[in-house]
Write a new protein. Structure first.
Length: 283
């Protein structure tokens, strides 16, 4: 309840997460049948990069700021272009705005009339902001509730047999990796025809290895893990990287993820930056 993502919006971890998320939703739109997305820890939807909180850390400058400084027509950005185009359309500097779309807003923009987005946010002020953001979107609903509890209460969707459960917790608790592993397994069990995507921070390698071992031991199949690290995960006091675990990813998403990570590594990191795409459990 103390975590405020506005301080970190648009940083390297957001760039990786949101580029991959846009690709996952894009894959869902390739079929005409409706899909549903559950965003368990939605935040406020979008963030002002010129605001006090974002400027306090300036993390976005080494994230989305670097990518936007590259010419739009650069061929190396082709894998990231669907997401970057949405970001550019949101910033609107000519209007005095510097708005960065978070996960809920990105998903909402990609919805078709037959699709739906369900957002959960426990922080009372943040969920109120989220409600205002989507007040004119009839296929987006906002719930003031715990995201982990929502998995049991809101899955499977009533109207769609396809979709995605996005689990992106704040990692304020010491047992967050254990809770995340349990949530991934529960979401998969309750919505077996849908994908699950779980974001996690990489500070030290030990907790991440234990998390992936737990996923394997749970018997989950068709599990892909994508990681992006700026430096070796040896200092737990720093955010050294991040990962996105995807259960039942779209066909050839592993190759698509690799192509997106290449420009991210080139422009957001340094000499120690690494990207990894590996199957935790085969299909």
């Amino acid at each position: 309840m103390n975590y405020r993502h506005a301080y970190h919006a648009g940083n390297f971890a957001d760039c990786m997460k949101h580029a991959l998320l846009a690709a996952l939703i894009g894959a869902l739109t390739r079929k005409d049948t409706p899909f549903a997305v559950l965003d368990t820890h939605a935040g406020i939807g979008g963030y002002d990069l010129a605001g006090v909180q974002a400027e306090a850390t300036g993390e976005w400058r080494d994230g989305i700021g670097r990518l936007l400084a590259i010419p739009e027509d650069a061929s190396e950005l082709t894998p990231l272009r669907p997401w970057l185009d949405m970001v550019r359309a949101s910033l609107r500097p000519e209007d005095g705005a510097f708005h960065y779309p978070g996960s809920p807003e990105l998903v909402a923009r990609l919805l078709r009339p037959q699709d739906e987005l369900v957002c959960c946010e426990l922080h009372p002020e943040d969920q109120a902001v989220l409600r205002r953001l989507f007040r004119n979107k009839p296929n987006v609903s906002v719930h003031h509730r715990d995201g982990y509890e929502a998995i049991g209460a809101l899955l499977p969707p009533r109207q769609a047999r396809r979709g995605l459960t996005l689990i992106d917790p704040p990692f304020e608790r010491t047992d967050e990796f254990a809770r995340l592993a349990q949530a991934v397994a529960q979401a998969r069990a309750r919505f077996s025809t849908g994908m699950v995507a779980a974001w996690y921070p990489i500070k030290h390698g030990g907790p991440v290895r234990a998390f992936l071992d737990t996923i394997r031991d749970a018997g989950l199949r068709d599990v892909l893990n994508v990681e992006f690290t700026l430096r070796p995960p040896l200092d737990p006091s720093h955010l050294n990287g991040c990962g996105l675990l995807v259960v039942q990813p779209p066909y050839q998403f592993d190759e698509e993820a690799r192509s997106m990570l290449e420009p991210l590594c080139r422009h957001l990191g340094g000499g120690e930056t690494q990207a990894k795409v590996e199957w935790v459990a085969p299909e």
